[in-house]
Design a protein around this ligand. Sequence first.
Ligand code: BGC
Length: 517
Amino acid sequence: MPAAGIAPGGSGKEYPGNLTPFVTVTCIVAAMGGLIFGYDIGISGGVTSMDSFLRDFFPSVYRKKHADATVNQYCQYDSQTLTMFTSSLYLAALLSSIVASTVTRVFGRKLSMLFGGLLFFAGALVNGFAKAVWMLILGRILLGFGIGFANQSVPLYLSEMAPYRYRGALNIGFQLSITVGILVANVLNFFFNKIAGGWGWRLSLGGAMVPALIITVGSLVLPDTPNSMIERGRADEARSALRRIRGVDDVDDEFSDLVAATEQSRLVEHPWTDLLQRKYRPHLAMAVCIPFFQQLTGINAIMFYAPVLFNSIGFGADASLMSAVITGIVNVCATMVSIYGVDKWGRRFLFLEGGVQMLICQAVVAACIGAKFGVDGDPGELPKWYSIIVVMFICIYVAGFAWSWGPLGWLVPSEIFPLEIRSAAQSVTVSVNMIFTFAVAQIFLMMLCRLKFGLFLFFAFFVVAMSIFVYFFLPETKGIPIEEMGRVWRSHWYWSRFVEAEAGQGNGNLEMGGKVA
Ligand code: BGC
């Protein structure tokens, strides 16, 4: 069978080290960097379904929404400025992740996190006090700058800090924070929407200052990763930091591998252009394909627009926000399943199981919506059981994503790049993620309006494609030390032809199906 990678815990090295309280606390604090991203994802969907917010800033949408109940339900939210509001952030995040690549490499992971927190704080401030659409957009651009820095540096930080046996679980702390951020935002939207006078949206948007402060303060107290210290010429400090992080004195093996990785990385002067070299082809392919596929699961159609979507398919305003809270809870709980299983069952199992689960749900939801709304978007009277089934399958879909592509979309890229291209490649991952988050945000409302229930089939097609991709091209990375990752490519039926065998480190395998389990 061509697909499997090397057996975890196989012939490779085993560094001594424990899951110390120090590393656990450090990783929990750093993972909170995901809160800002999550809070924003949850907030934007909620405020855009609040009447007072629409009336003040997007009057045409407001009018359309209230004009005529017989109007095509698929199309009531289709507006360019509203879409621009949601998606401007992602373009900003894309740009800043490129700048963050240099900051992270040259000045350390912590400084990027600090910038992330500060910029996000500034954005929240501007948004909370917004008086005009331009202020909203400016605020979102600042938020986006913050997210670019945080998403570039936090996953790398976590993967470098964690003992390799627990790397999956600790790294997924980032995704857990994203999901907690989304949930908190959904709950707050639900309550703020009820504030008399209709200014609750200011609290929703301004509330982003809280997660911003958490990551700002966190970045000031966190230690830097040993990998980054060595990279910046502070080897002695790095050795004692490593002892403290791993909780053992004997860190020589790991330390010398880190030093070797750093020497290798010194040879690289232009990480961006080097990324294009043939030997980095598997890494580049993953840096692009993983975030691309993550977004093409269609998850953000649900995350950004859950209230809008539920509203469109017949729920009242309150019920819509409430359903978004339910999907938020499912998202958090299912992410915990992933934390539990990722270092036991492996990445590939979760990816493939999650894919099948999402596919089934997308087909069912498409069929339900198609059956009731048809192509004219007029559902007539909607029975209660119908709404329950739609929400239930959306929840099962969210769970599938939340233990597969959600966390692994950030974990896998952060653990597969060699140090010399790690920072640049991670920026590629963030940028691609943001471009396609942007694209989905831009086209979702338009596609809902034009493709109608077919939209869910569109995403289902990509779920099939990504599962095939994982099956054939993604090697298992569970239980492999991060600086040892080279061997998964060297023993892969396809990727081995791109990476050269290094002396004493096994041979490349040019034949399909040769050396693999
Ligand atoms: C994705 C986001 C998504 C979130 C949902 C993240 O991993 O990058 O785009 O909204 O998961 O939980």
